[in-house]
Write a protein that binds this ligand. Structure first.
Ligand SMILES: NC(=O)c1ccc[n+]([C@@H]2O[C@H](COP(=O)([O-])OP(=O)(O)OC[C@H]3O[C@@H](n4cnc5c(N)ncnc54)[C@H](O)[C@@H]3O)[C@@H](O)[C@H]2O)c1
Length: 349
């Protein structure tokens, strides 16, 4: 039985608890949050026997094999280094860190310690993206020339996930001093991973970031609302394809929409996770004039949670690992540099 500890018991921790509780061979035995009411409620709800309000205490006192980190972004790096130093396998929420240098430190520490390490790029749980990656590797699309991808949310203009002006879980995401680097690091990171998974790395980016007015003086309590909430990236992939990738929190009625279109010289693929996470549309050119789209059922793929547990059981590191997390972090750093200087930035991961 793999014994897990969970660090951070806010909104996303529910998905971790539900996922790990449904996998045979593992059990969450300890929960830790700096908010004692939240962690006690969470532990009671999920039947977790040990409760802590200090990560050091949890790591020193609990008999753990692995830890999952689900705190806000600024705590990933310091907490991950402690977890790795304690010799525990580690799953960390995205973004791995606040910058590429910190992400590299985490990657190197995990590799040196020989622990299984994964970053939760959740949309890899879609079998459609796994199948698209396979098809591209087999050459089914020929040479890909053009890519279009987006990740849209709209919680700034709709209350379906709660009233953001009164919810710390949303307010910290809007505030640089609370460790947020904006929509691009929050959900743009997912679409950057998603768009480059089938095709390979990004060679360069030109990015525009914008923070729109949202409140009186753009300040609510301790939260200064200064992090970007809309981003548009034009990119060139290492294979020479051009792409546009964009993300925003203003795209009503998109609650949580990801889309990826890949256009090759032999076929095109479109994935729309709103329509299905297990199907993709493919259009094979084959000299026809008709625009015939075929829908492929891509079956099931293991979730990141299942891959993490299996990696611990087998000792074989699966993806997405910290190296991939650090690679995507280098793209994010390049996007910020590009936006600050209004110029194209070459990516060196
Ligand atoms: N993979 C995904 O699709 C996905 C989706 C949502 C959130 N996330 C990520 O999950 C992380 C958490 O997001 P959330 O929405 O749950 O945030 P949240 O604010 O709802 O919860 C974070 C919790 O961490 C606790 N915390 C803060 N510092 C801590 C520390 N040092 N030790 C222990 N606990 C601490 C807070 O008290 C809070 O309860 C973020 O990094 C976010 O980017 C990922």
């Amino acid at each position: 039985m793999i014994k897990l500890g969970i660090l951070g018991t806010g909104g996303m921790a529910l998905a971790h608890a539900n996922a790990f509780n449904s996998i045979d061979g593992c059990k969450i035995v300890a929960a830790c949050d700096i908010d004692s009411k939240r962690v006690n409620d969470f532990a009671a709800k999920h039947g977790i026997p040990e409760v802590y309000t200090d990560a050091d205490e949890m790591l020193a006192q609990s008999d753990l094999d692995a830890v999952t980190i689900v705190t806000p972004d600024p705590f990933h790096h310091p907490l991950a280094l402690k977890v790795i130093a304690a010799g525990k396998h580690i799953l960390c929420e995205k973004p791995l860190a606040l910058n590429h240098a910190d992400a590299l430190e985490m990657r190197d520490a995990a590799q040196k310690a020989g622990v299984i390490n994964m970053v939760n790029f959740s949309y890899r749980n879609s079998s459609a993206i796994q199948k698209a990656t396979e098809l591209v590797a087999q050459g089914a699309l020929g040479t890909i020339r053009h890519v279009h991808a987006y990740y849209h949310q709209s919680w700034l203009v709709h209350d379906y996930w709660g009233h953001w002006p009164t919810s710390p879980t949303w307010l910290w995401r809007l505030s640089k001093s609370h460790g947020s680097a904006g929509v691009i690091n929050d959900i743009g990171i997912h679409i950057l991973d998603f768009a480059s998974m089938p095709l390979g790395s990004l060679a360069s980016v030109h990015c525009r970031l914008k923070c729109f007015d949202k409140a009186e003086g753009n300040q609510i309590g301790e939260y200064k609302l200064d992090a970007n909430d809309s981003a548009v990236i034009t990119t060139e992939f290492t294979n020479g394809a051009l792409g546009t990738i964009h993300t925003t929190r203003w795209a009503y009625p998109h609650k949580n929409s990801l889309r990826l279109d890949l256009y090759g010289d032999k076929a095109s693929i479109e994935i729309d996770l709103n329509a299905s996470s297990t199907e993709l549309k493919i259009n094979r050119i084959l000299g026809r004039t008709a625009m015939e789209w075929e829908t492929l059922d891509c079956g099931k793929t293991p979730t990141n949670f299942e891959r993490f547990i299996k990696s611990i059981q087998t000792g074989v590191q699966d993806q997405p690992d910290f190296a991939r997390g650090a690679e995507i972090q280098s793209v994010l750093d390049a996007c910020h540099l590009s936006a600050e200087n209004d110029k194209t930035i070459q990516i060196h991961s």
